[in-house]
Write a protein that binds this ligand. Structure first.
Ligand SMILES: [Zn+2]
Length: 281
């Protein structure tokens, strides 16, 4: 992992993706930016109470660092996947963006140069993919629903079906998410994994233990590791360990001063930005 500081932002880079000259990417922290209290930083969501002006300025900071315009489909909290491409080579970016506002998915894939696939995260795992042979990138949103729907393996499958991607050649970065130390789940969530496809069911990490904090009632509770449930799925799907990099700081505790957490900091509820794209030639 590489740490970068720039004007009005700070971001992390996966070493294998950084070494790939065709790719530009970044996992932006909450530091820098133009959002006022309670966000005080580089909040990347307009739907959490921040001003639109501040968030747009924050996007500009990211665009300047990444060097590509940002495009986003709407997040579904499910496991649908979209291949992002212009309808024609001349389609204006604004027309593509308008189409994407009606596209509701949990993974975006593109083989087009010049598009920064972008989403804002706050506890769900950002999954970044790069197929160097076919020049394809993807960004997936691995929250508990995404993990229960095997969004990582399904993204790889779609890359293979559409572009011929070989999983064992694909570089994957898993960004920060919430982990068992902080993420209590319900029995219903556990049941969703029990009923999931084998790859999601057999790799999920759920811990049963007392709460271990001031609210402890002496009873066992359930905790989910969002980061490593996604990681184990990706390995089970055939991603080579050498090609997998993980930022394992839990967003709810050790990573909280660096990222945002919907779960552990609901009074702030900011979102940090993650981007991956193929540079223009
Ligand atoms: Zn934690």
């Amino acid at each position: 992992m590489i740490e970068r500081r720039a004007d009005f932002c700070e971001y992390l880079l996966f070493e294998h993706l950084y070494a790939a000259s065709a790719v530009t990417h970044g996992v932006f922290t909450r530091r820098g930016g133009f959002s006022g209290p309670p966000f005080n930083g580089l909040n990347c969501s307009v739907s959490v109470g921040d001003t639109r002006e501040a968030v747009l300025r924050n996007y500009d900071v990211i665009v300047r660092e990444i060097g590509l315009p940002l495009v986003s489909a709407r997040i579904a909290h499910g496991n649908n996947i979209a291949v992002i491409e212009r309808a024609t080579p001349e389609e204006p970016l604004d027309a593509l963006r308008a189409r994407l506002r009606a596209t509701i998915v949990d993974a975006m894939i593109t083989a087009e140069r010049g598009l920064g696939l972008f989403w804002a995260f706050g506890d769900c795992a950002p999954l970044l993919f790069y197929d160097p042979r076919h020049q394809v990138v993807a960004l997936a949103h691995g929250g508990w629903r995404g993990a229960a729907g095997a969004i990582g393996p399904r993204t790889l499958q779609t890359m293979r079906d559409r572009f011929g991607t070989r999983v064992e050649e694909t570089l994957v970065g898993v960004g920060p998410a919430i982990r068992t130390c902080c993420y209590e789940i319900t029995d219903e969530v556990r049941a969703r994994f029990a009923d999931a496809t084998p790859i999601a069911r057999d790799t999920v990490i759920i811990e049963e233990r007392p709460m271990l904090n001031a609210r402890d009632d002496g009873k066992p509770h359930l905790y989910l590791d969002v980061t490593y449930s996604n990681v184990r799925q990706l390995l089970a799907a055939g991603v080579t360990p050498d090609h997998l990099e993980v930022i394992d700081d839990c967003t709810g505790c050790v990573g909280l001063n660096r990222f945002y957490s919907h779960r552990m900091e609901p009074e702030v509820d900011g979102r940090f930005g993650v981007v991956i794209g193929l540079r223009e030639e």
